[in-house]
Write a protein that binds this ligand. Structure first.
Ligand code: GLU
Length: 515
């Protein structure tokens, strides 16, 4: 029987989750669900210097908002807990010491000054990237160079030390990545990474390898930035005797700037005015607020759908996928190698599709809430009518209010172009007559309203294109919008006439009277 698929999303609480991190979480989740596997969320908080308060909570709020539910995590626990690395400190030490005993790692006592001196020395001999490695370690203060008694004396005296992995000198490390294929690296190019720091905390490298083993992880799906250290992780699994159970790797392609030139950054998001974080984030130190997708009006389903297709291709033309459909269709084989351009317009397109697909009453509720905030009362029925009309034009729920405020408030300014090109005395007379004629209509419906207008236009005679834009601008202030007759029906008889009167007074001056 093959092993149960087990994956993990392992963020570090060193800042708010970037949208790329959200995609990693989503892919892990989809893969686990597809294979009826386990999806674990593990908090990798061993780097205390980079810890930022509030970020762990932020991570969980994000996952909850998006419906990316974990089977095991620090909040609900699980059979392989604790799921916060800082709470597993002792376990890592045990493995680090085992590696030292077996000669696969060693103690290093070098001070920061000594490390710096080593770098300088190597630079002087034209070494481009000086490293603590198979060659330079022989010149440093560690348990490979110092006499055994001195090492023991140093350890007994509580002198600070780190534990470093001992990289083999002549060896090629190979790993098969499910996205990239074979990756081969000469061990000599890798450095002797620190596995345990002087504060007794493991580094990410050791901690995640230990946890992935103990938590029975079968697939490591993570960002491409980890690919360069993956060979070393493979070696660690081997050193610890876990090669047989080592997880398979899948490194996800980078998210690129909208123009495709380089990695997507916070600066790009600021420059183009789009969010990069799932939820609004307030920096606890500076108080700076960075807007999030949720607060900008993105629906969680739309964001997941957008992110799912950002690096993975379903292999068919379909773009809109429910969560269940994504789970069924997802496969690691269809994840691309190449970096993907981050196109915010596509995210907006998805949001629009989800908005359109929502039942009218659900959308109407957004509008009713926005109206309440602006102290405007409105019946459920007219909110529904406005939503039906505006749905096609909205990308975000707040657009219903922002783009449709004229349904509730008379315009204060009028589109200048329409006024300049369409407004004249004759049209003024027609719309004045229109405002009066609709008063007698019993049934105030779009069809009847249109019939009244058509009759007036025919009697003149005039063209419809001369009159309609003027009525629209008088009622909404704008040059475009949904069906005018339906707008009039919603605004109502009295309000339509009142707005036409106001417009006639404001615009009907000599300035605009061309005849
Ligand atoms: N803690 C790492 C990060 O935040 C996780 C990398 C991994 O998934 O192995 O990027």
């Amino acid at each position: 029987m093959s092993k149960q698929v087990s994956v993990r999303f392992a963020p570090s609480p060193t800042g708010p989750l970037h949208i790329g991190g959200v995609r990693t979480a989503l892919y892990n989740y989809l893969f686990a669900k597809k294979h009826q596997g386990r999806f674990i969320v593990r908090i990798e908080d061993t780097d205390q210097a980079r810890f930022i308060p509030g970020t762990e909570e932020y991570i969980f709020n994000t996952l909850q908002w998006l419906g990316i539910e974990a089977d095991e995590d620090p909040l609900q626990g699980g059979p392989f807990g604790p799921y916060r690395q800082s709470e597993r400190k002792e376990q890592y030490k045990e493995y680090a010491l085992r590696l030292v005993e077996e000669g696969k790692a060693y103690y290093a006592f070098d001070t920061p000054e000594e490390l710096e001196a080593m770098r300088k020395r190597l630079k002087a001999t034209r070494v481009v990237t000086p490293q603590y490695n198979a060659i330079s370690r022989g010149m440093m203060k560690n348990s490979l160079t110092l006499p055994r008694e001195e090492v023991e004396a140093r350890l007994r005296s509580g002198a600070p030390y780190v534990i470093r992995i001992k990289m083999p000198h002549k060896e090629e490390i190979r790993l098969y990545d499910l996205v990239r294929g074979w990756v081969k690296v000469a061990a000599a190019t890798l450095d002797d990474k620190v596995l345990m720091k002087s504060d007794g905390m493991p580094t990410y490298h050791l901690a995640h390898v230990v946890d992935d083993h103990l938590m029975k992880i079968t697939h490591v799906i993570r960002g491409e930035e980890w690919l360069p250290s993956a060979p070393m992780h493979v070696l660690l699994h081997r050193y610890l005797g876990w090669e047989e159970t080592m997880p398979q790797f899948a490194h996800l392609p980078l998210l690129l700037k909208p123009d495709g030139k380089g990695k997507l950054s916070k600066r790009d998001a600021e420059k183009h005015g789009f969010p990069l974080f799932p939820l609004t984030w307030k920096d606890p130190h500076t108080g700076e607020i960075t807007p999030g997708f949720r607060e900008e009006g993105y629906f969680p389903e739309a964001l997941c759908n957008f992110l799912a297709l950002l690096g993975w291709s379903p292999g068919r033309a379909q773009e809109v996928f429910s969560k269940e459909e994504l789970i069924n269709a997802f496969s690691i084989e269809r994840i691309g190698k190449a970096g993907v351009k981050f196109d915010i317009h596509k995210a907006q397109w998805f949001n629009q599709q989800y908005l359109k697909a929502k039942p009218d009453h659900a959308i109407a509720q957004y509008l009713v809430d926005a109206l309440k905030e602006n102290n405007i009362t409105c019946t459920q029925e007219s909110a529904l009518q406005v939503c039906r009309l505006m749905k096609e034009r909205a990308v975000f729920p707040q657009d219903l209010w922002q783009k449709g405020r004229y349904f509730f408030i008379a315009p204060e300014v009028y589109d200048e172009k329409v006024v300049q090109t369409k407004w004249n005395k004759e049209v003024g007379e027609v719309i004045q007559a229109f405002a009066e004629a609709i008063q007698v209509l019993g049934d105030f419906q779009a069809d009847q309203i249109k019939a009244v207008l058509m009759e007036l236009i025919k009697a003149k005679p005039m063209k419809i294109g001369q009159v309609m834009p003027v009525i629209r601008v008088a009622l909404t202030g704008l040059s475009t919008g949904p069906d005018l007759m339906q707008i009039i029906e919603i605004i109502g008889k009295e309000e339509t006439s009142r707005r036409i009167q106001i417009a006639l007074e404001k615009l009907g001056t000599q300035e605009y009277l061309s005849s």
